[in-house]
Design a protein around this ligand. Structure first.
Ligand SMILES: [Zn+2]
Length: 69
């Protein structure tokens, strides 16, 4: 009986771990905006705008639609 409980628990833990991994992968793939100048990755368009204002103040900032892919 104990071993059955243990196995159920282990399966639950494994499922939880799998979910966490896929969430991590989703976050990893959540980088949609890459700086066209230095290729720095940004998860959000507003971060990229800030990055470009700070690092490349003379560069034209592309629109969100131009960068999204
Ligand atoms: Zn840059």
């Amino acid at each position: 009986m104990d071993s059955i409980h243990f196995r159920e628990k282990a399966q639950k833990e494994a499922a939880k771990h799998k979910q966490a991994v896929s969430q991590f992968k989703a976050r990893e793939n959540g980088i949609h905006f890459t700086c066209p100048i230095c290729k720095a990755p940004n998860a959000f368009y507003k971060n990229l705008v800030l990055h470009m204002e700070n690092k490349h103040p003379n560069a034209k900032i592309p629109s969100e639609a131009e960068l999204a892919h």
